[in-house]
Design a protein around this ligand. Sequence first.
Ligand SMILES: Nc1ncnc2c1ncn2[C@@H]1O[C@H](COP(=O)(O)OP(=O)(O)OP(=O)(O)O)[C@@H](O)[C@H]1O
Ligand SMILES: [Mg+2]
Length: 141
Amino acid sequence: METIKLVYPVEGGDLIEAGEASSQMKLTLKKLGLPQDVIRRASICMYEGEINMVIHADGGEATVEVDMDQIVIRMTDHGPGIPDVEQAMKEGFSTAGPAARELGFGAGMGLPNMKRYSDELHVETQLGKGTTVTVRIRIPQ
Ligand SMILES: Nc1ncnc2c1ncn2[C@@H]1O[C@H](COP(=O)(O)OP(=O)(O)OP(=O)(O)O)[C@@H](O)[C@H]1O
Ligand SMILES: [Mg+2]
């Protein structure tokens, strides 16, 4: 199978519509016939990253590369960046504001869950410039 590359723009500000990119990706992965557990893990990671871009960075873009043996999801934004990545990775740490919390976000579980459900997670961030979160999910052969 050749590498398949999918690109999803993620609009900022709209928490009601948020989650659209991960739903679209999930449908495509299903059509490709990937294992259910791989699809579930990829969808969780994509959903959390997508919501983070909406809440914390006013949107961004997700690219998904699907190979025979792995899915790599890269979520890039031009938001404020993360001052302390180690702190941001801790369960329960959140800077989400009242509007996000009212909709049930802000438990501080997104990044920890992305780590848990992926095989590899990288956060590259620059203050005032933006953040790229990359997750890799291996496809068992
Ligand atoms: N793309 C991003 N840009 C800037 N800051 C971010 C980004 N993603 C995460 N963060 C920071 O890391 C913190 C932890 O993120 P995490 O996803 O774990 O929790 P949350 O988004 O606050 O809450 P939850 O995901 O449980 O709804 C956020 O509160 C925010 O301060
Ligand atoms: Mg989050």
